[in-house]
Design a protein around this ligand. Structure first.
Ligand SMILES: Nc1ncnc2c1ncn2[C@@H]1O[C@H](COP(=O)(O)OP(=O)(O)OP(=O)(O)O)[C@@H](O)[C@H]1O
Ligand SMILES: [Mg+2]
Ligand SMILES: [Mg+2]
Length: 755
């Protein structure tokens, strides 16, 4: 981080880089009034690279004229940029980071002034200051001296590549290369590749940077006006490209010190972890510090990382496969071995090992370190579920009739449990006696349930060192001793819950045990796990109970059991394989060994869908002043895109519409995101940043030319007929929306049933 000013090289002002063309509307030879595609832009800029101002390689006449007028514009921009430089040189000129910070106005007043203080001392004091504000700086943890530019070059290559196999090759070659320098490089690099700042269960890793804040930061640190940025954003819809364009035409007095992967990743984490007073200001400062050091394509990917969207078509699955290749190679003894030399079956089993390990320990750092230490093929022995880390819960497949269930489990022993309508709760007891409760998403929600005391429902607390239970937390009516509907549970506060706040009690309904005293139980049969569960825990009525269950394959009994479950405020049944390997607990998997049978949806497609709100239509008549309808999309897990599947305007109360108006209006964006796949005939009045999921009911699914869900499978998209709003899904993130793959499967099952 420390470098004296004398060590910085001087770069001549670059006032006429072709990149500045980004800021000239309709200046592109190919644009002809149309919105230029990003790829076209990129190609154009590449071809223009290193050409002198005015284009001595004589572009076509018309283009030449445009170029010249562009250059005039650039020159005047350059002049005004120089003017600004005089005023705020510290912010505009990329100098050494610690210098910048100490000059910046947002630093606490007690910070040392730059005059007369030795640079290293200053930097030390600054470090202390930051630690004081943000907690200890993770110095060693995520260190990597790999130039950030190398990662960005790889991103650029991936962006231009459509073949998944080729992308895997690019990634695994890169991972192999950086591991040769130091295996430590792999962790921060992997996180940059998957666009995350740590494991999902680590609190406080939301960057929380609105589009406007980013635009303002780009505008301030790249010397462009806010209106220029906004205009450009309307046109190309990508702040990354805009930042890159602006950054690369910006006059720079000194050649900035190149960014490293370690610095960028740690700064991103610091930005997320910055809280409290002036946090926005401090976040902006950290971004500016990086942005002013960006060169080439770095600004593009830095900004996209700050938006938490790389948009290079790199799915997490692909990264995981590439990682397994690189780690397998790294673990091999021969220096010269190449990915191509690895036998196919070894590769496949390595991939399976890393996927399984990740479902049990969803933490790249732990998985990678375990691979490095014990070898990827031994992951299943060393990298396994443990109390304190939420494993990815097993999921169920929907069914539409008891007959379907009976067909599936024919000749097998299976069990049916009530399907409680609350929130999934993975309850962990740690060796130190603390309890943690994790949501379906692995979010730590212990503080939401201050009334739950694990010691109350453990048989022998001295003999129980640790455990993991799978439960559903359900609202409970203490007086009447019965379950309350989900709507009541959702009235509970989600943050800063004090015991005195609690008006609605919850009861945990346990249905599985996954680990007990360090022993993993997921590869035991459900029957064995149930036995263990009832041995280790005990029922405390209204606080901790077991899911009501039955073992029968008689249709009438099942029907009766289903009706009873519904009478007791449950949603229906969960039907599970009870014995044999198929009854093992399969973390993260939506398995056909668990089927859900939801009473309310038997008429429809068997289940509700959780869809992301990406746009809205203004309300008319009675709904004037709120939104009257919403555009919803499912999530394509391979491409990271939201594909539209319906408009919805039914099922909302007036209060809900009011509440949604207040909640969604601040998330309005200027235009659709590049990740929205929609048809122009169904454009909404406003677009939203994806933040909210609606759980919706549908009569059935049909193919439609104006929607896009699953359109990679069919020519048309799958859409919902007569969708009806049920509730907001507060416990799912936008990427947990019903996937395109699921919608396709539901559609196919429905057509299959109809035929
Ligand atoms: N006896 C039970 N066994 C397993 N899960 C149960 C049981 N009772 C209630 N559940 C809940 O049912 C959920 C599965 O069905 P549900 O449709 O509610 O899932 P979801 O959260 O909407 O997710 P998705 O629709 O993606 O499967 C589980 O995640 C769990 O929260
Ligand atoms: Mg549920
Ligand atoms: Mg659901």
């Amino acid at each position: 981080m420390r470098r004296s000013l004398a060590g910085l090289t001087f770069t001549p002002l670059r006032l006429s880089s072709p990149r500045s063309l980004l800021f000239m509307s309709s200046s592109l030879p190919s644009s002809a009034g149309k919105k230029p595609k990003q790829a076209t832009l990129a190609r154009f800029f590449t071809s223009m690279k290193n050409k002198p101002p005015g284009g001595s390689s004589s572009p076509e006449k018309a283009t030449k004229h445009k170029l010249e007028s562009g250059i005039n514009e650039i020159n005047s921009e350059g002049a005004s940029a120089i003017k600004k430089l005089k005023h705020v040189s510290a912010v505009q000129t990329p100098v050494e980071p610690s210098d910048m910070s100490s000059n910046s106005s947002s630093l606490p007043s007690s910070a040392p002034s730059s005059g007369g203080v030795d640079a290293s001392q200053k930097s030390r004091e600054l470090t202390l200051k930051v630690e004081e504000e943000q907690g200890p700086i993770e110095n060693d943890h995520y260190s990597s001296n790999i130039p950030y530019s190398e990662v960005c070059e790889v991103f650029n290559e991936i962006e231009a590549t459509s073949s998944r196999l080729e992308i895997i090759r690019i990634c695994s070659d890169f991972f192999t290369k950086i591991m040769k320098q130091s295996s430590k490089n792999l962790i921060p690099t992997t996180y940059l590749f998957i666009n995350r700042l740590g494991p999902d269960y680590e609190p406080g890793l939301e960057l929380g940077l609105g589009e406007n804040l980013l635009m303002k930061t780009i505008s301030e640190s790249c010397g462009k006006s806010m209106s220029q940025i906004k205009l450009k954003y309307k046109e190309i819809g990508d702040l990354g490209e805009i930042a890159m364009g602006a950054r690369n035409v910006q006059p720079t007095m000194f050649k900035p010190k190149p960014l490293t992967v370690g610095e960028v990743f740690k700064s991103l984490r610091s930005i997320a972890k910055t809280q409290g007073k002036d946090s926005q200001l401090r976040k902006v400062k950290l971004i500016k510090r990086m942005l002013t050091a960006c060169q080439g394509v770095e600004a593009k990917f830095l900004i996209r990382s700050l938006e938490s969207k790389l948009r290079i078509g790199l799915a997490e699955k692909t990264v995981l496969i590439s990682l397994s290749k690189a780690l397998l190679l790294h673990g091999g003894n021969e220096e010269s071995s190449r990915v191509d030399d690895i036998p196919m079956d070894a590769l496949e089993s390595a991939q399976q090992k890393i996927r399984d390990a990740f479902c049990q320990v969803p933490n790249y750092e732990l998985v990678i370190n375990s691979c490095l230490e014990h070898g990827i093929m031994n992951l299943d022995q060393f990298c396994t579920l443990r109390p304190g880390i939420p494993l990815k819960p097993m999921l169920a497949k929907p069914t539409k009739a008891i007959n379907e269930v009976l067909d599936r489990f024919q000749g097998e022993t299976f069990t049916s449990e009530y399907k409680y309508d609350g929130e999934r709760a993975q309850v962990h007891l740690l060796d130190d006696g603390t309890m943690r409760i994790y949501s379906r998403n692995g979010e730590n929600m212990t503080e939401r349930y201050p009334e739950i005391r694990i010691t109350d429902f453990i048989q022998d607390i001295d003999a129980t060192k640790n455990l993991i239970l799978d439960c559903e937390a359900v609202a409970w009516d203490k007086e009447q001793g019965k379950i309350l509907p989900f709507q009541v549970l959702s009235t509970r506060k989600r943050k800063d819950v004090e015991l005195s706040d609690i008006k609605v009690k919850v009861c945990l309904f346990a249905f599985d045990i996954l680990c007990h005293n360090g022993e993993r139980l997921i590869n035991k049969s459900l029957r064995e796990r149930r036995d263990c569960l009832t041995k280790v825990t005990k029922v405390v009525p209204g606080e901790f109970q077991y899911a009501t269950q039955i073992v029968t394959d008689n249709l009438d009994e099942l029907q009766k059991f289903l009706d009873e479950s519904v009478n007791q405020s449950c949603e229906g049944l969960m039907v599970k394989m009870l014995e044999g390997p198929e009854s093992h607990y399969e973390p993260s998997k939506r398995s056909r060994n668990w089927l859900k049978l939801k009473k309310d949806y038997l008429e429809g497609i068997g289940d509700s869908l959780d869809l992301c709100v990406i746009g809205a239509y203004y309300g008319r008549g009675k709904r004037t002043g709120t939104y009257g309808g919403f555009l919803l999309g499912c999530y394509n897990q391979d491409s990271g895109e939201f594909e539209t599947c319906c408009k919805i305007g039914t099922g909302f109360s007036d209060e809900m519409l009011q509440q949604l108006h207040e909640r969604l209006t601040p998330t309005i964006i200027d235009g659709p995101k590049a990740t929205f796949v929609f048809d122009s005939s169904a454009e909404p009045d406003v677009w939203f940043e994806p933040t909210t999921l609606f759980e919706v009911l549908t009569a059935d699914l049909s193919l439609s030319p104006i929607y896009k869900a699953g359109s990679a499978t069919f020519d048309k998209g799958v859409s919902l007929r007569f969708p009806r709003f049920l509730r907001i899904r507060e416990d799912k993130g936008v990427e947990d929306a019903t996937s395109s793959e699921q919608i396709v499967e539901l559609y196919e099952n429905q057509s299959h049933m109809q035929n």
